[in-house]
Write a protein that binds this ligand. Sequence first.
Ligand code: GAR
Length: 203
Amino acid sequence: MNKINLGVLASGRGSNLQSIMDACESGRIPARVAMVISDNSGAFALERARRAGIKAEFIDPEDYSGKADFERKIVEVLQQNDVELVCLAGYMRLVGKGLLAAFNERIINIHPALLPSFPGLHAQEQAWNYGVKFSGCTVHFVDEGMDTGPIILQAVVPVYASDTAETLAERILEQEHKIYPEAVRLFCEGKLEIKGRKVYIKE
Ligand code: GAR
């Protein structure tokens, strides 16, 4: 099977990027990470990519006049590297029209809650504060909304009375590292079909 070129956008430590790189490396996913882009010069994700011999670039939003301009640059770099699927891995910006149009139905995201509950920032803390008994994570296609696109996979974790937002986040992260590579695999093997809000998995 031909390998799919992935482009990963990450703003921070990059543990989800790592789980995808590892799955590519082991052959579990028929893909290679072709390019990592960050909007944060200090993102450890960039370092992880470079250590693995993967191209990594910091694109400074401050250098551009606005979101459209900034995303034009991102699209240019992704296209120059023949990226076919864009994976948001802790990318802390709302995706705009330009990026969406260039990669229609080819951008996916991992969110640390059971969507549609707790979209946006600090989802694990939102869930913990709310007092839910179960939370989890979601991999979904990206649309113009905030964490609103069609859902590919979810994993559930319990919330214990002894938890803090941090221990809950750790439990969720463990599941993120399982379902994100799995969702990427399904995409790369052509097993995902979007019909309206629903994603059907053809295994
Ligand atoms: C992950 O928990 C991811 O789900 C979350 O940021 C963290 C990034 O960690 N993403 C969002 O909250 C997106 N709204 P990582 O850099 O170690 O992958």
